[in-house]
Design a protein around this ligand. Structure first.
Ligand SMILES: NC(=O)c1ccc[n+]([C@@H]2O[C@H](COP(=O)([O-])OP(=O)(O)OC[C@H]3O[C@@H](n4cnc5c(N)ncnc54)[C@H](O)[C@@H]3O)[C@@H](O)[C@H]2O)c1
Length: 314
């Protein structure tokens, strides 16, 4: 299914969603953003992007324009993992029940395709250096459990209702517009935010834990292509990472190069439950998309630091 209709972006005023909305516009596809602004912000969006401030699960809030939509990009969620541990019932509503509502909206409005934001957290602590989609899953938090349930529900919706579903398991997404004031924002955003203020950064453990950091602009391209291009996107989960990983000490080295000075680092004891190694196997992404994310960590961090230094962020 290709289609030329609009694309409904739930959570489109958030970090990843705002990049998705602007890329849709650049490609002359109309985004319709549905966001309750729980963690999103209208200032993330260009002024001419239609924004409906409401709960994406309240189907009556959906505009008539949704009837012409060719896809839903479902990013709305409660992504702060620690919050979901404290408030698991809220997580269930935001991270799972909302996905069921989206399926109902797709059925009601005849929207054929849903692109779903899942997470590498569904793998849990595999003990392996690399995660493949066929690996056993072991979601360890309400966030990961609910996201995993959402994946299974979409598989059901594909089989039962004939919806086209694309499930993307994002690894560590970073880049401009990730909220630096949130204690749960990604480690690169937290590091950048402290470093540009000349404050020390904190590393838990030995700093040799590895992550697959993927630039938000690359993620937006995958999402938009999955929503708008007829292709070989399989219904099963697809990792969205770079296929390479770096440890936090290497990250400090890149910051040091970019800033022209060595960051001050405080070491704290390792936190229980932290995943040791995370790296996406990207064979399936490559087969579906024809490419893998290409932005280097250096270029991505450069863009992040530039954004943080713009006056609006100060
Ligand atoms: N950032 C990452 O590294 C990462 C990694 C894996 C998965 N994800 C997933 O990607 C998606 C986007 O994450 P993000 O980092 O951009 O987070 P974000 O908090 O910036 O965006 C989430 C958006 O959803 C909105 N929202 C929440 N509940 C809503 C509701 N009921 N109705 C309408 N809007 C609602 C929020 O206001 C916010 O704008 C999430 O589903 C998240 O779980 C993100």
């Amino acid at each position: 299914m290709n289609g030329s209709g609009s694309v409904v972006v739930t959570g489109g005023a958030g970090f990843i969603g705002s990049h998705v909305a602007s890329l849709l516009q650049q490609r002359d596809r109309q985004p319709i953003v549905l966001d309750n602004l729980q963690s999103g912000n209208p200032s993330n969006l260009q002024r001419d992007v239609p924004l409906i401030v409401d709960d994406a699960g309240r189907i009556d809030a959906w505009p008539t324009a949704a009837r012409n939509a060719s896809a839903i990009v479902h990013l709305a969620a409660m992504p702060a993992v620690q919050d979901t541990v404290e408030r698991p019932l809220e997580s269930h509503t935001a991270n799972f029940v909302l996905t069921q509502h989206l399926v109902e909206a797709a059925r009601r409005y005849g929207i054929p395709r849903i692109v779903y934001a899942s997470t590498a957290a569904v793998y849990g602590n595999t003990g392996q250096a690399e995660q493949h989609e066929d690996d056993a899953t072991d979601p360890l938090t309400p966030y990961a459990i609910d996201k995993h349930a959402g994946e299974r529900y979409l598989r059901f919706a594909a089989e039962q209702y004939g919806l086209e579903t694309v499930t993307l398991r994002f690894f560590n997404v970073y880049g401009p517009r990730q909220n630096p004031s949130s204690p749960y924002s990604g480690v690169l955003t937290q590091f950048s935010s402290r470093l540009i203020r000349n404050q020390p950064i904190v590393i838990y453990g030995d700093g040799q834990q590895t992550r697959d950091f993927v630039y938000v602009g690359d993620v937006a391209q995958v999402v938009v292509d999955a929503a708008t291009q007829a292709s070989r996107w399989p219904a099963g989960p697809i990792n969205v990472g770079t296929g390479t990983s770096v440890d936090l000490l290497q990250v400090v080295g890149v910051f040091s190069d970019l800033l022209g000075r060595a960051p001050q680092v405080q070491h704290e004891p390792a936190r229980t439950g932290d995943v040791r190694d995370s790296k996406a196997n990207v064979d399936r992404l490559h087969a579906a998309w024809g490419n893998t994310p290409q932005t280097s960590l250096r270029d991505g961090l450069h863009a992040l630091i530039d954004w943080m230094q713009t006056p609006a962020q100060g």
